[in-house]
Design a protein around this ligand. Structure first.
Ligand SMILES: Cc1cc2nc3c(=O)[nH]c(=O)nc-3n(C[C@H](O)[C@H](O)[C@H](O)COP(=O)(O)O)c2cc1C
Length: 360
């Protein structure tokens, strides 16, 4: 048999081993009711676990009702949510994958419609709408009201919400937690000079803009066992002149690496403003950010963005440009992408018993 490509070799972070380096990237489904997952979520992530991925992430899971992108987003702030997540965790583990959760707050990008209903803002006085919060009273788009500028006390309360959701994630049995600090959501809004015009301890230089990220990690880590891994998703550039950029991302990642309690930077880009201009979107276009952070900050990275072909995924990992590959849309089109990729390389595939005799 051919040598096993590194993509399909097991990988460990702290006490957790994944069967391969293919990750189901977080993907919002806008199909929860009052934050509670439904049959939709069970079938959606169940199929991906059975499809052979090494790690399966939940969609962005929000820390409070106001933290949601839409009124239909997934949350983890009450006992009912926690019980649902236990079911989801068991199903992902049955498929042989590591259950992972992305924890998030939408900030000024909250109170939106489900994308298939127009991708718009829901007015605060409408049903399913509310006034978003943000570091500064700067709306995401000119047709939206200015968000509420968070006070220091309100920031502390949100940090507490991140910790409480992390404690629930641990009790539900998740094995990896990821802090969502990308795509223009609340923590990215603090990191970026585009959306953060504060003059207090949470604005100004990079250390101040990163303060809430560090506080959230401190609070979440206090609820998350040392032997379980902790990932951070960053937008490594705003794609806007004068915004958060790759140099700042490298500096921040050096600080995150120096903490010793963050295990991987999931390296994405963009989302802070409709003004962003991405020069070229092509397969693997965000990989250089994962590669640079890995090399210059000395921390493991995940690469994401238009990784669709098994050969590209294998090349990224083989050449140590990233430690993991995160796939989103390719896995929507084909939840069994990892099984097909294994077959492409002539490898034995790890199947649940129900599929074994049929597919091998
Ligand atoms: C339907 C959909 C929902 C998404 N939801 C999230 C999310 O909840 N959290 C997140 O960090 N990224 C989210 N993303 C971004 C993906 O995780 C991924 O970074 C992006 O789609 C690029 O990867 P791809 O080219 O493999 O799709 C979403 C993408 C899609 C297509």
């Amino acid at each position: 048999m051919a040598r096993i490509p590194k993509l399909f070799q097991p990988v460990s972070f702290r006490s957790v081993e994944a069967r391969n380096r293919i990750v189901v990237s977080p993907m919002c489904q806008y199909s929860a009711i009052d934050g509670l997952g439904q049959d939709w979520h069970i079938q959606n992530l169940g199929a991906k676990a059975m499809g052979g991925a090494g790690i399966v992430f939940t969609e962005a899971t929000h820390v409070s009702p106001a933290a949601r992108i839409t009124a239909h987003c997934l949350g983890l702030w009450n006992d009912g949510h926690e019980a649902f997540m236990k079911r989801l965790v068991a199903l992902i583990e049955y498929g042989g994958a590591v259950p992972a959760i992305q924890i998030a707050h939408a900030g000024r990008k909250a109170s939106q419609t489900q994308p298939w209903k127009g991708d718009g803002f829901v007015a605060p006085d409408a049903a399913d709408g509310w006034l978003p919060v943000a570091p500064s009273p700067l709306p995401f788009a000119p047709d939206r009201p200015a968000p509420h500028e968070l006070t220091a006390g309100e920031i502390a309360a949100i940090v507490g919400d991140f910790a409480a959701t992390t404690a629930r994630a641990r009790r539900a049995g998740f094995r990896i937690v990821e802090l969502h600090a990308a795509h223009g959501y609340l923590l990215h809004q603090f990191l970026s000079p585009v959306s953060n015009h504060r003059t207090d301890a949470y604005g100004g230089d990079l250390a101040n803009r990163a303060r809430i990220v560090m506080e959230a990690i401190d609070a979440m880590r206090a609820e998350w066992p040392d032997d379980l891994p902790f990932f951070v998703r960053l937008s490594c550039t705003d794609w806007i002149e004068g915004g958060f950029d790759a140099d700042q991302a490298v500096t921040l990642c050096r600080w995150l690496a120096a903490r010793g309690d963050v295990d991987l930077i999931d390296s994405s880009t963009g989302g802070i403003s409709p003004q962003q201009r991405i020069p070229s979107i092509h397969p693997g276009y965000q990989v250089p950010f994962a590669e640079r952070i890995r090399r210059e900050a000395g921390i493991a990275t995940g690469a994401v963005g238009m990784i669709r072909e098994p050969e590209l995924a294998a090349e990224i990992v083989a050449n140590e440009r990233a430690d993991l590959v995160f796939l989103a849309r390719a896995l929507l089109a084909d939840p069994a992408w990892p099984i097909r990729a294994a077959q492409h390389f002539g490898l034995p595939v790890d199947l649940v018993p129900q599929y074994q005799r049929a597919l091998v």
